[in-house]
Design a binder for this molecule. Structure first.
Ligand code: ARG
Length: 465
C-alpha cells in the first residue's frame, strides 16, 4: 500500500522506495574483482595473525575463488535485496561454505572495504588512462615528425597570425597530454595508501596487520588515520579533476578537427571510417566522432562537480552520501577512455591538405611580422616604428587586393624607401617558419628534434610495461 497522504504519486510502497534508493549493486557490481582481491588479502592476514585459524581461512579463500570463477563466467547472480557488492559476495560465500563465511568480516567494516575497493578500481583506471594518453601522444608525435616542415597558418583570436608548421601544432597537444599524464601519476601516487583495517571509523581491537594487507594489495602502506581513511574521497576527486583537464584538452583538439575538416577551412580530411553522412544533404561529411569527444567534456567536468558537491560539508566519518561517489567516476572515466581512443583513431586517420594549409598560411598577411622584424634587423628601425611601416604596407596590399609578395618594389618603397629586393625573401612562408629557431619555436628543425625526443620517450615507456 502506498501512503494515503502523499502516496498518490508513488507506485511503490515506502519499503520498495527504500530499496530503490539504498541499493548500489546495479552500479557497484563493477567493483567485484577489487572486492574479491581485498577480501583475499584480508583473510590471509586474519590467518597470519591468528585471528582466525588456517583451516577456516582456507575454506574462505576457496569460496572466494569459486565466486571469482562465477563472476568471470558471468554466472554470478546479483541481488538488489542484498544492496551492494560487499553483501552480495558475503551472502554467496555463506551459501557456498556455510557460517564460517561470517568470519571474513572480522576486524573489517563495509566502510573500509568500500574505500579500499574503490581506490583499487580508480588506481587501475588511472593506469589504463595513462596508457591511452601515451598512445595518443605517440600518434600525435609520429604525425608531427612526418609534418615537421609542413606549413600552415597559426592563429590568435582565430585570425591568421603567423605561419607555423603542422608538426609544431600537433606537438602542442603532445605537451598538454604529457601534463595530463603527470597529473594522473600524482593522483595515483597520493591515492596509494590502504584504508583496509580502519574498520567502521575508529580502527579495531583485533591484532590486525595493516602493513601486510597494504603490501598484498600493492599499496605503499596503510593510511594513518582511520576516520580520514573511511571518509576520504580525494583520490576520486583528484582523478576527476585530472580527467576534466584532459577532457578539456581533447575538446580543443576535437574542435580543431571540426574546423580543419570543414569546407571553409579545408585543411584536413577524415576518411569514411571517421566521418558520417547526412540523411538529407548528400554533400556532407560530418566529423561526429570529434564532436562527441568535444561534448564528453561536459559529463566529465560535470562528474567532478557532482562528487565535489556530494563531499562538501559532510561531517566525519562515513555517511551514505558517499555511495554517490561511484556513478560519476565510472561514467566520467569510461567517457574519457572512449574519448582518448576515438581521438587516437582520428589523429592516425587525419589527412592534412598541405597545399590548402600552405595557401592559407600565405594569405592573410601572415608574414607581416617577418617584414617588421626585417625592418628592425636590416634598417635598424625600432620595432614600434617597423610595426607602423608594415601596417601601411599591409593596408596598401589590402587596397590593391593582393598578397604582400605581389606588391612591386616601388609599392614598398613608397612607404619606406630603403626597402630593397631582398625583403621579398622574408615574405615567403617557408623561410618564415625556418627562421623561428628560438627554444620552443616552430622551426622545422626544432619540431623534428622534439618529435623524435617524444617518440623515443614514449616508445621506451611502452616497452617497460
Ligand atoms: N554501498 C556502500 C557505499 O558504496 C558501502 C558502504 C556501506 N556502509 C554502511 N555503513 N552502510 O558506500
Amino acid at each position: 500500500m502506498t501512503n494515503t497522504m502523499w502516496g498518490g504519486r508513488f507506485a511503490a510502497s515506502p519499503a520498495e522506495i527504500m530499496e530503490e534508493i539504498n541499493a548500489s549493486i546495479d552500479f557497484d557490481k563493477r567493483l567485484w574483482r577489487h572486492d574479491l582481491a581485498a577480501s583475499k588479502a584480508h583473510v590471509a592476514m586474519l590467518a597470519a595473525t591468528g585471528i582466525i585459524d588456517k583451516a577456516e581461512a582456507d575454506k574462505i579463500v576457496h569460496g572466494l575463488d569459486q565466486i571469482l570463477a562465477e563472476m568471470e563466467a558471468g554466472k554470478f547472480k546479483f541481488s538488489r535485496k542484498l544492496e551492494d557488492i560487499h553483501l552480495n559476495v558475503e551472502h554467496r560465500l555463506t551459501e557456498l561454505i556455510g557460517p564460517v563465511a561470517g568470519k571474513l568480516h572480522t576486524a573489517r567494516s563495509r566502510n573500509d572495504q568500500v574505500a579500499t575497493d574503490f581506490k583499487l578500481y580508480v588506481r587501475d583506471e588511472i593506469a589504463s588512462i595513462m596508457d591511452g594518453l601515451a598512445a595518443l601522444q605517440l600518434s600525435l608525435a609520429t604525425k608531427a615528425l612526418a609534418h615537421a616542415g609542413s606549413v600552415m597558418p597559426g592563429f590568435t583570436h582565430l585570425q591568421t597570425a603567423q605561419p607555423i608548421t603542422f608538426g609544431h601544432h600537433l606537438l602542442a597537444y603532445v605537451e598538454m597530454f604529457g601534463r595530463d599524464r603527470g597529473r594522473f601519476a600524482c593522483a595515483a601516487k597520493r591515492l596509494n595508501e590502504s584504508p583496509l583495517g580502519s574498520a567502521a571509523l575508529a580502527g579495531t581491537s583485533f591484532p590486525i596487520d595493516r602493513d601486510m594487507t597494504a603490501k598484498a594489495l600493492g599499496f605503499s602502506g596503510p593510511t594513518a588515520n582511520s576516520l580520514d581513511a573511511v571518509s576520504d574521497r580525494d583520490f576520486a576527486l583528484e582523478t576527476l579533476a585530472a580527467a576534466s583537464i584532459a577532457a578539456m584538452h581533447l575538446s580543443r583538439l576535437a574542435e580543431e578537427i571540426v574546423l580543419w575538416t570543414s569546407p571553409q577551412f579545408g585543411f584536413a580530411r577524415l576518411s569514411d571510417a571517421y566521418s558520417t553522412g547526412s540523411s538529407i544533404m548528400p554533400q556532407k561529411r560530418n566529423p561526429d566522432a570529434a564532436e562527441l569527444v568535444r561534448a564528453k567534456t561536459g559529463r566529465i567536468a560535470g562528474a567532478f562537480q557532482a562528487l565535489l558537491m556530494v563531499m562538501k560539508g559532510l561531517p566525519l566519518a562515513y555517511a551514505k552520501d558517499m555511495q554517490e561517489d561511484k556513478e560519476p567516476v565510472f561514467d566520467a572515466l569510461d567517457a574519457l577512455k572512449l574519448g582518448i581512443a576515438a581521438m587516437t583513431g582520428m589523429v592516425d586517420d587525419l589527412e592534412p591538405d598541405l597545399r590548402a594549409m600552405k595557401r592559407a598560411a600565405a594569405s592573410g598577411y601572415a608574414t607581416a611580422t617577418d617584414l617588421a622584424d626585417w625592418l628592425v634587423i636590416k634598417l635598424g628601425l625600432p620595432f614600434r616604428e617597423a610595426h607602423k611601416v608594415t601596417g601601411r604596407i599591409v593596408a596598401l596590399a589590402e587596397a590593391k587586393g593582393c598578397e604582400l609578395k605581389k606588391l612591386s618594389l616601388a609599392d614598398f618603397q613608397a612607404v619606406e624607401k630603403r626597402i630593397g629586393e631582398e625583403a621579398y625573401a622574408v615574405l615567403d612562408v617557408a623561410s618564415a617558419v625556418k627562421s623561428r629557431k628560438s627554444h620552443g619555436g616552430t622551426a622545422p628543425a626544432n619540431v623534428r628534434r622534439e618529435a623524435k625526443r617524444w617518440i623515443k620517450r614514449l616508445e621506451k615507456q611502452g616497452q617497460s610495461r
